[in-house]
Design a binder for this molecule. Sequence first.
Ligand code: FES
Length: 153
Amino acid sequence: MSFDRRKFIKRLIIAAAAIEGFFLIKGGVSKVSHIEKKKELFNAGNVNTFHSNKTYPFVTGQFFLRRFKDGGFLAMSVKCTHLGCIVDSNLKTGGYNCPCHRSQFNQFGEVLAAPATRPLDYFPITIENGELLIDTSAPVKRKSFDKSQLTYA
Ligand code: FES
């Protein structure tokens, strides 16, 4: 009788370990899939609705869409690169000002005044059927602006 009890307890422990192992593996897999960010494409609208040399704020997408004189588009994050406050667009200069510690950025998102030390992040843009799709899941950090960051229709 005691032999059966030992055998039963041993099997119970093995079963519990197997169940725990299953949930650990399952939890690990679900954590990995959580880490893989899903692309979040924000449809900003048709290319032809945006005038050159103008900035358009997208509050829900948390970016500023700027169309430059040459027609190129740049979608910049509204988050200041100093400590993450939301920057305001400066209508006079076409740049951006941070209300928290007064960093200033030019129209390309480059730093004009510290304490921020790097430009505003930007989001990749693709154009499909004339629609501007902004990938807000993938902010790109940069050291400076260059034309390769612009997207053209
Ligand atoms: S958070 Fe923008 S300057 Fe500090």
